[in-house]
Design a protein around this ligand. Structure first.
Ligand code: AMP
Ligand code: GLY
Length: 421
């Protein structure tokens, strides 16, 4: 098969590596890819907003499936656009992608289908929002409605913080704000739960825990993700049953009842309290860096699974199997991230690192420049190690970063601190 993956992050490098191992693969493209995907696929420089050019490329090259990595093209309707041109896509249509693109869309589904989630109110006017906050208990959570690259969420400790957040959102910090969401603050432990769906059937696609804050002990600014581990320490049979029955199935039912079916990865961000799951958010893709920890544990052929999804053949006689080990990823970032960070810095020692068993290096913000590898993004490399214990996985990942000795990089040394005693 001929496959094209859209995206340029660590998630897409991990997907590319898994796909590249498939016996059914004939040719792999990454659009636009990074310096890492370039080693196992052909990078094609097309802007992900340019759907026509992507469609033309897929037709010209007879691509069998386009796998969409990030959320933005999905929320903008790339699956609908390509399917109209008879190009097969792995990723949900525009209607279903509202699960990530519009927090109010998801909340209204939760309300109608009784899905456990934080209590909430939706406001359209600044004045009504502020009046509501005057009589609210704190902490409280305030969210911009649309896509905000993980930044449109404020956890507010008092009235002043919350009214500032409301002003920022209504003044257009995250684009034109037609409405705002105010939520009860949930206490508990977070877990990322993944499923893969063909529109008729779905399967669990493992669990993970990420670390979004830049600083050790989960402090400081939010980032795209500084590290993750899989599986989550919270998952158990009883909890999984509740997640499927109370959250995943009713969500797919809601989409089906509106004449749509969900094809692709679905990522449920959950809060777990007393072994009960509450939905915080949905993402319509794999997590990054969760994906980089999960895929190396997969025993099946990823291309086979994705092809079954596209063909709606992911039925109950097909089993997804996982290596029973502890996978941990540390993200190596460019100094300054998530604010202004150093760019165009050469990473010198990558080629001296030998490929060690059960260690993976996935690129994110890297490019090739005159035969050297240069950083261009905030999150630059993902180092994954898989052993029998989270602690040894972390030690191994850190030892790889030390060998790399990239002077303009930094990383969190405490990834997995809640599970590593
Ligand atoms: P979201 O973009 O909705 O995932 O929110 C980002 C982060 O904010 C989540 O990963 C949680 O850590 C936190 N968060 C969001 N909503 C709530 C809530 N209702 N209660 C507590 N924490 C929340
Ligand atoms: N790691 C968080 C995300 O992918 O949204």
């Amino acid at each position: 098969m001929k496959i094209a993956i859209l995206g340029s992050g660590g998630r897409e490098h991990a997907i590319a590596e898994s796909i590249s191992k498939s016996k059914n693969l004939k040719k792999l493209y990454c659009i636009p890819g990074n310096a890492g995907t370039n080693l196992i696929a052909e990078n094609i420089d097309i802007d992900l907003n340019d759907f026509s050019k992507i469609g033309k490329f897929a037709k010209d090259k007879n691509i069998n499936i386009i796998i969409v990595g990030p959320e933005k093209p999905l929320v903008d309707g790339i699956a609908d656009f390509l399917e109209k041109k008879k190009i097969k896509v792995f990723g949900p249509n525009k209607f279903c992608a509202q699960l990530e693109g519009s927090k109010t869309f998801t909340k209204l589904i939760c309300k109608k289908y009784n899905i456990p989630t934080a209590n909430f109110n939706i406001f359209k006017k600044k004045e009504d929002t502020i009046n509501f906050l005057k009589n609210s208990k704190f902490p409280i959570v305030i969210k911009a409605d649309g896509l905000a690259a993980g930044k449109g969420v404020y956890i507010c400790e008092n009235f002043e913080e919350s009214s500032n957040a409301v002003m920022e959102i209504f003044n257009g910090k995250f684009g034109r704000a037609k409405q705002i969401l105010i939520e009860e603050f949930l206490r508990g432990d977070e877990m990322s739960y993944f499923v893969i769906s063909d529109g008729k059937h779905f399967k669990n696609f493992n669990t993970a825990q990420d670390h979004k804050r830049v600083g050790e002990g989960d402090t400081g600014k939010n980032t795209g993700g500084m590290g993750a581990y899989s599986p989550s320490g919270l998952i158990n049979r009883e909890l999984e049953k509740k997640i499927i029955e109370k959250i995943i199935k009713p969500t797919f039912k809601a989409l089906n009842e509106s004449g749509n079916n969900y094809k692709g990865f679905l990522y449920a961000g959950l809060m777990i309290k007393n072994n009960e799951p509450y939905l915080i958010e949905y993402n319509v893709r794999m997590g990054d860096p969760e994906c980089q920890t999960i895929l190396p544990l997969l025993k099946n052929d990823l291309l086979e699974i994705i092809n079954f999804c596209v063909e709606q053949k992911l039925d109950k006689n097909y089993f997804i199997k996982w290596i029973d080990k502890k996978s941990l990823c540390i993200v190596l970032c460019s100094k300054g991230y998530p604010e202004n960070y150093i760019k165009q810095s050469e990473i010198q020692n990558l080629n001296i690192l030998k490929k060690e068993k059960d260690t993976h290096i996935y690129h994110a913000g890297t490019i090739n420049k005159n035969n050297t590898i240069v950083s261009i993004g905030g999150r630059v490399l993902n180092i994954i190690s898989i052993t029998d214990k989270y602690k040894t996985s972390r030690e191994k990942a850190i030892s790889v970063i030390k060998k790399l000795n990239w002077k303009d990089g930094f990383f969190r040394k405490d990834i997995g601190f809640k599970i590593i005693k």
